[in-house]
Ligand binder design. Structure first.
Ligand code: PGA
Length: 258
C-alpha cells in the first residue's frame, strides 16, 4: 500500500445473507468499528439487492459504505430481473461492483455490457468497483496482460479521467476466486503495477497515482498482510472471508494498521 492512497476493504457477499442475517451482522460490524475509532481505511459491504435497505439503515452514522453487486445500463424499461443505477441511488447505495468474473462467467457479461453499466453508475454519481482478471488458461498461455489491457480498454471506453475520478478497480484472478488459491504477492504486485501503468498511459501519472487498485481472490486473515504489503495493492475485495466479523474485522485491521 502507498501512504498517499486511502485503503479500501470491501466485502462482496455474493448470494449470501437475507434481511435477517444482514441486520445482525451489520450491527455487529458497526459496533466493532465504532470501538476502533478512526480507521484511516474505507470499509464497504455489498449485500444482495433485497438486503440493501436493511444494510443502509444499520450503517447509518457509521463510516461503512454500502455497495450493490451489479446494475443495469438503462434507467427503466422492459428488462425483467434487472435493477437500474437510479434505483440503487434512490435507496442510498454509494458504490456498485461491476464486471465481476462470476457475472462474466455465468451471466454473459461482456466488456461492452460492463461499459454500459459503468456509465450508468457514474451518471448517478456512484463509485464503480470495476473487476478485471484473467482465467488460469489465459495466465498459463502468458496472456494475463493482454486480457487486462482488453478489459481496461473496452470496459472503460469513452470515459475520461474526470468521469472516472471515483473509480476503484479490483484485480481478481479468476483462478483465485473462491478456490483457496491466492495469488502470490509477486503475481498480485505485477498485475497491479501493469494496471497502474495502463492508467498512467491512458489518463496520466496523477490519475494513476490516485486510483485505488484492490486485490481479490481468496484473501483471508492469514494472507492479507503480505498482499497489502505490495506497493500497488490498495486494499482487497473479499468474498468468503467477508461473511463473518471474525474474519472480516482482522482484515480491516490489517489495512488500517498499515
Ligand atoms: P473470494 O471472492 O474472496 O471468496 O475468493 C472474492 C470475490 O469474488 O470478490
Amino acid at each position: 500500500m502507498h501512504p498517499d492512497r486511502t485503503p479500501v476493504m470491501a466485502g462482496n457477499w455474493k448470494l449470501h445473507k437475507g434481511i435477517h442475517d444482514t441486520g445482525g451482522y451489520v450491527r455487529e460490524l458497526v459496533q466493532a468499528l465504532k470501538e476502533r475509532g478512526d480507521l484511516g481505511c474505507e470499509v464497504i459491504i455489498a449485500p444482495v439487492f433485497t438486503s440493501l435497505a436493511v444494510a443502509l439503515q444499520a450503517v447509518w452514522g457509521s463510516p461503512i459504505k454500502v455497495a450493490a453487486q451489479n446494475c443495469h445500463w438503462e434507467e427503466t424499461g422492459a428488462f425483467t430481473g434487472e435493477i437500474s443505477a437510479a434505483m440503487l441511488k434512490e435507496v442510498g447505495v454509494s458504490h456498485v461492483i461491476l464486471g465481476h468474473s462470476e457475472r462474466r462467467q455465468y451471466f454473459g457479461e461482456t466488456d461492452a455490457t460492463v461499459n454500459g453499466r459503468l456509465k450508468a453508475t457514474l451518471a448517478q454519481r456512484m463509485a464503480p468497483i470495476f473487476c478485471i482478471g484473467e482465467t488460469i488458461d489465459q495466465r498459463r498461455a502468458g496472456e494475463t496482460e493482454r486480457v487486462l489491457e482488453r478489459q481496461l480498454n473496452d470496459g472503460l471506453a469513452g470515459l475520461g479521467a474526470e468521469a472516472l475520478s471515483t473509480l476503484i478497480v479490483a484485480y481478481e484472478p479468476v483462478w483465485a476466486i473462491g478456490t483457496g488459491e491466492v495469488a502470490t504477492p509477486e503475481q498480485a504486485q505485477a498485475a497491479h503495477a501493469y494496471i497502474r501503468g495502463w492508467f498512467s498511459k491512458a489518463h496520466g501519472d496523477g490519475f494513476a497515482n490516485r486510483v485505488r487498485l484492490l486485490y481479490g481472490g481468496s484473501a483471508k486473515p492469514d494472507n492479507v498482510k503480505e498482499i497489502l504489503a505490495c506497493p500497488d495493492v490498495d486494499g482487497c475485495l473479499i468474498g468468503g472471508a467477508s461473511l463473518t466479523a471474525e474474519s472480516f474485522l482482522p482484515m480491516i485491521d490489517a489495512a488500517a494498521s498499515r
